[in-house]
Write a protein that binds this ligand. Structure first.
Ligand code: NAD
Ligand code: TYD
Length: 339
């Protein structure tokens, strides 16, 4: 049995990833290391918390001692913990630099200390900046040109990982993925915010002209890609991950409103996000050709599945909106705090 440390496992992608590993990758046990910020929600893992191959440690990636303690005995590391929301990084970039940049340095040093065999840095397409309408999709060769404090902090982390590979021969891989959607996403991001607002007939805020383009990928496909890179990726390499599914924000919003049976009159144009990236699109041919990964789900299949999930899990959404979810840790784990 190989032990994997997953950081940020109580977040959106991390919780989906841990469930996928427990379900489909029987050779691994998982240590979930997460600070439980506003974005961390242990209720998302309630159905697997008693699994003998799973354990949870509450801790901060900025706390080197706590990280070291949690990483002891780990064969590999999947580093997802991050501040992840662009709008928050515009309001206050401090936590983004600390968690995303300094936290990555702490993770890298601990992983070097233990000589972990494989370390995956989970990054984002946003490090490449913005595309014009007729530009080809991003490849791994594109310049890194981040435009928000969030994407600048993720880029900085990627550069640190690269430097550890070059300087120390550190066994890292970097994945850069496009926008994810699916179950357990915090309702500050476009799709869960839209579904939640529409369900209670509240306005859907659309930034600027709504003509921005994102390349959408169902979260389970992203999680499978992370596992593919962990198991088959070539050390030191970067892999783009994308859904090959570019959608204009306004078109996506209208599709979702139709699926929800809600009127387009809920659409409310609001002030644009500063330095709002116009278009992201990923060329994922490297991971597709070299590692034989490709997405299983199209938005036509997985957007309705996602709407259904939020409809059937209104308790989860309600507990996030009310803040009730933040009490879950003390209820389930007592007040034991290891980091
Ligand atoms: P999220 O915000 O839902 O979850 C982040 C998790 O990290 C939370 O559980 C939070 O408690 C934890 N965390 C934050 N600060 C921490 C700290 N200092 N120490 C320990 N844990 C901490 O994010 P997500 O959407 O699941 O994204 C996960 C990763 O994937 C991030 O690195 C993000 O940059 C990357 N990514 C996300 C997307 C997307 O569309 N959501 C796309 C590409 C890449
Ligand atoms: P978001 O989910 O924040 O992801 P990212 O900015 O990392 O791509 O936003 C997706 C797109 O939707 C982006 O172009 C910003 C836009 N958006 C809105 O128009 N209204 C909103 O309320 C939100 C949260 C996002």
């Amino acid at each position: 049995m190989k032990r994997l440390m997953v950081t940020g496992g109580a977040g959106f992608i991390g919780s989906n990833l841990i469930k996928l590993i427990l379900r489909e990758f029987p050779d691994y046990e998982v240590v979930n290391f997460d600070l439980l910020t506003y974005a961390g929600n242990l209720a998302s893992l309630a159905d697997i918390e008693d699994n003998p191959r799973y354990s949870f440690i509450k801790g901060d990636v900025l706390n080197a001692e706590a990280v070291k303690k949690a990483m002891a005995g780990c064969w590999g590391v999947l580093h997802l913990a991050a501040e992840s929301h662009v709008d928050r990084s515009i309001l206050d970039s401090g936590p983004f630099i600390m968690t995303n940049v300094v936290g990555t340095q702490v993770m890298l040093d601990a992983a070097r200390h233990y000589n972990v065999e494989r370390y995956v840095q989970v990054s984002t397409d946003e490090v490449y900046g913005s595309l014009k309408l007729n530009d080809p999709p991003f490849t791994e060769q594109n310049y890194l040109k981040p435009n928000s404090p969030y994407s600048a902090s993720k880029t900085s982390a990627d550069l640190l990982v690269r430097a550890y590979v070059k300087t120390f021969g550190f066994p890292a891989l970097i994945t850069r993925c496009s926008n994810n959607y699916g179950p357990y996403q915090f309702p500050e991001k476009l799709i869960p915010l839209l579904i939640r607002n529409a369900m209670v007939d509240e306005a859907i805020p659309v930034y600027g002209d709504g003509q921005q383009i994102r390349d959408w990928l169902y979260v389970e496909d992203h999680c499978r890609a992370i596992m593919t890179v962990l198991e088959k990726g070539k050390l030191g390499e970067v892999y783009n991950i994308g859904g090959n599914a570019e959608l204009v924000n306004l078109d996506l919003i209208k599709m979702l409103l139709a699926e929800l049976g809600k009127p387009e009159s809920l659409i409310t144009f609001v002030k644009d996000r500063p330095a709002h990236d116009r278009r992201y699109a990923m060329n994922a041919s490297k991971i597709e050709n070299e590692l034989e990964w490709k997405p299983i789900f199209t938005p036509e299949q997985a957007l309705p599945m996602t709407v259904r999930w939020y409809r059937e899990n209104s308790d989860w959404v309600h507990s996030v909106i009310t803040g009730e979810y933040q009490k879950y840790y003390n209820k389930q784990y007592g007040k034991k705090d290891e980091g």
